[in-house]
Structure formats: structure tokens, C-alpha cells
Design a protein around this ligand. Structure first.
Ligand code: FDP
Length: 277
């Protein structure tokens, strides 16, 4: 069925994206719709995935963090991609990811329209986390693009261990600083600068990731449609909670494709504590 085929295409493309990074570390002269300078790798990964996904029967629309508009492809699911999440890590050779959302509805779409979400992590090994049918499965992706499940029914560990908070400390709001100083006394810092790398730490060890609202950017940095909702869905399906800091991230109705949002994801009690501050 189409949902399987979409996930399959992203998995099959992952080794090719990984292999192609080495010669695409430079920047382009272009900016993405969020006014960030695009890397050659961002544009290339987006084009690869757009070509393959829009050719699939049952894909109705394709949208990505790297292009302004929606590519209409016929009738069927709306597919969103952050083709290379955390691509500024390419310069320093650190982890990056690809984030996928599959929505049964027109874009921009809310969390309730998601039928599946997934991410690929380009770490020392290539893995894929898939949330669908109320369960999360972690796969290893082999060099030929095939997938092998390594963890089924993945759930967040009950006792949280790690935290990662984005944004400059001097740009944090007083409210967030108060919350952060409590957490910093309880958990161990793990922040690598790529959402997917940092989220995988939280799903593995338990804890909290936040890219909060900032004094200079009240909407934070991460994109609701391409990053917040799909990753929030994976964390919620694994038994955690995804929030804007004041309410569920999965209940937000996006008004613009590229809108940003504060993101808080991780163990439910930690996220609820933030919502109560
Ligand atoms: P990047 O700018 O490298 O694409 O998507 C935005 C993102 O990375 C996330 O992956 C990451 O969590 C965050 O930005 C890192 O931002 P900071 O550099 O401000 O820490």
C-alpha cells in the first residue's frame, strides 16, 4: 500500500543521500523559505526525494522545508520532508537526519491528519524510526537500502536521563530559564545541534529535548509542519508528549506551511512540568 511504499522510498534513498554528502558540503547562493542559506546537500536531497515520491501512485502532494510551494502530484496522501535536518552539522561532520510526515489531508495539515511519520538518522550507522498504527519501530538501513527491524514497540524509558535545549542561553525567556535550571540539576546534557540526533538520544535514554521560544524569536526555530509535528507524533506514539510549551503540538492547526513553533518533546511528566511553569 502507498504508506509502505512512501516509507520504503525514503529508506531506499537514505544510503544514496549518505554517500552523496561527501561532495556536497558547500553552500549555494540560495535561501530556503525560512531565510536560511541552503547547502548543496539540502537541495540535492530534496530533489532526489521529490522525484521519487511524486512518481508514486497515491501521493497527492509533496512539500519540503527546502522549497516554497507545494508540488501537486495527483490524488492521495500529502507527504512532507525535511530532506536534511541539521545540515549545518555537515561542516563539522556530525549527525543529521531526514524527517518524513505522511498526512491524509491537504497541506498545511495538523497532527490529527498524520497516518505515519518517520525519520532517518545518519549516525555512525544509518537507522530509521517509524511511527504508524500506534507503534514505533526502529530499523537499521543496510547499504542496499533494505531495512532490518532492531527494536519493535519502542517506548520511552520511564526514568529520564538526558536533556538537550537549543537557542542561546542569553536569548532564553525568564520562564524557560527557570525551568531549564531545574532540569539541568536533574539530567545529563546531550545536545548535538541536529534535531534528529538529539531526539534519538531522548528516545534511547529518556529525557527531554526543547527548542524553546526565544526573546528574539518568540516562535522558536523549528518548523511545525516539517519537524515539530512528525517528530512529536513519533515521541507521542512512543508514550511521551509533544508540546509547544503551553499545549499539545499535535493539536495545533498550522496556518502556514513554513511556520515555526517552540518544540518540547520527551517524557510526559517533564513536558507537563514545563506546561505548568
Ligand atoms: P539546522 O539549522 O542545522 O538545519 O532544523 C533546524 C536545526 O538544524 C535542527 O536540526 C537543530 O535542532 C537546530 O536547528 C539547531 O539550531 P542551533 O544551531 O541554534 O542549535
Amino acid at each position: 500500500m502507498t504508506v509502505d511504499a512512501i516509507i520504503e522510498i525514503v529508506a531506499e534513498t537514505a544510503p544514496e543521500i549518505r554517500d552523496g554528502l561527501v561532495n556536497r558540503r558547500g553552500t549555494t547562493d540560495e535561501q530556503n523559505p525560512s531565510d536560511e542559506i541552503q547547502l548543496e546537500a539540502d537541495v540535492w536531497a530534496d530533489e532526489r526525494l521529490e522525484d521519487r515520491l511524486t512518481a508514486l501512485d497515491g501521493v497527492g502532494a509533496y512539500a519540503s522545508e527546502e522549497r516554497k510551494g507545494i508540488v501537486e502530484a495527483g490524488d492521495g496522501y500529502s507527504v512532507t520532508l525535511d530532506p536534511l535536518d541539521g545540515s549545518s552539522n555537515l561542516k563539522s561532520n556530525n549527525s543529521m537526519g531526514t524527517i518524513l510526515g505522511i498526512y491524509d489531508g491537504q497541506l498545511p495539515a495538523a497532527g490529527r491528519d498524520l497516518v505515519a511519520s518517520a525519520y532517518v538518522l545518519y549516525g555512525p550507522i544509518t537507522t530509521m524510526m517509524v511511527a504508524r498504527d500506534d507503534t514505533v519501530t526502529e530499523y537499521v538501513i543496510e547499504d542496499d537500502g533494505s531495512r532490518r527491524p532492531v527494536t519493535t514497540d519502542l517506548t520511552l524509558p520511564a526514568d529520564p536521563v538526558v536533556y538537550g535545549f537549543g537557542g542561546g542561553v542569553t536569548d532564553w525567556t525568564d520562564e524557560f530559564s527557570t525551568f531549564a535550571s531545574e532540569i539541568q540539576r536533574e539530567l545529563k546534557l546531550r545536545y548535538g545541534g541536529a534535531f534528529i540526533g538529539d531526539i534519538n538520544q531522548v528516545l534511547t535514554y529518556g529525557g527531554i529535548f526543547a527548542y524553546p521560544e526565544l526573546e528574539t524569536a518568540p516562535e522558536g526555530k523549528l518548523r511545525l509542519q516539517f519537524e515539530g509535528i512528525p517528530v512529536g507524533h513519533i515521541v507521542a506514539t512512543a508514550g511521551g508528549r509533544a508540546s509547544t510549551g503551553t499545549g499539545s503540538l499535535l493539536e495545533v492547526d498550522p496556518t502556514e506551511l513554513h511556520q515555526r513553533t517552540p518544540v518540547y518533546v520527551g517524557n510526559t511528566d517533564l513536558i507537563e512540568r514545563r506546561e505548568r511553569v
